[in-house]
Design a protein around this ligand. Sequence first.
Ligand code: MLT
Length: 302
Amino acid sequence: MVKVKCLNPIAQVGMQLFTPDYVEVENMDDADVVLVRSADMHCLEIGDNIKAIARAGAGVNNIPIEECSKKGIVVFNTPGANANGVKELVVASLIMASRNILDGANWVKTLKDDSDVANAVEKGKKKYVGNEVFGKKIGIIGLGAIGGRVANACNGLGMEVYGYDPFISVKGAWHLSRHVHHANSLEEIYRQCDYISVHIPATAETKGMICKDTMEMMKDGIIILNFSRDTLINDDDMEAALKSGKVKRYVTDFPNQKTVNMEGVMAIPHLGASTEESEDNCAVMAVKQLMDFMEYGNITNS
Ligand code: MLT
């Protein structure tokens, strides 16, 4: 019997894969393995009984990796399983930010009576003139499962795509459209692009990488999209850059108290992977990994 603790509900299509040898338990103390989506495990007691933790998602910043390594607990994630869901939201947000869609839609809702609504079309057209993304330069930082898909999609929109990834060589980026220009440095991306989208993990090295110094290199009126993690951004510097107009819009899938109400911020409640398809894919991958490990000792994506 393998005892499973689910810290978050995981899609049924994944849970159904468990054979009768696997049983759900209430307490972590009783569990052999843990399934988790977004629950923060840093504040939990992780007993020596735990053999494996599977994260139904790509990022593992909610899991105390060092502590797990010391205890010999294997940690899995599901890279790529939700990449399409995130890519679609990035592309939608890119266009929404560029065309002032959210501001326009919210403004229409503030109109009080029929005569206002009748005038709204004319007023709104002037107030919310946007920019087309076609022909503009976008810098994609990180060309993994998500960044690579975003790069190809932006290429399809007719954008000039600059990609940068210290871990993927031009040869290794076979999945990318041949039209993606591989930048030699982050600085090239910062200086050249009209839009920047970050798709790299939250690590000590990436903490605060979008800050005063890097934003100073960027074009005035840049639009920055963050579907990675909020630690990548220095919030104080972002606030100043939004105030000065250096940054025209900051789109983030990680609303926090500091940035959520700033002018120019479009904050989304971490919806990148919140599609039925992505949730199903992550659940299936996570459960299969756990069972493969418990039954055959196989370790994938750890
Ligand atoms: C991820 O890291 O892939 C996301 O955080 C997934 C999620 O929304 O749970």
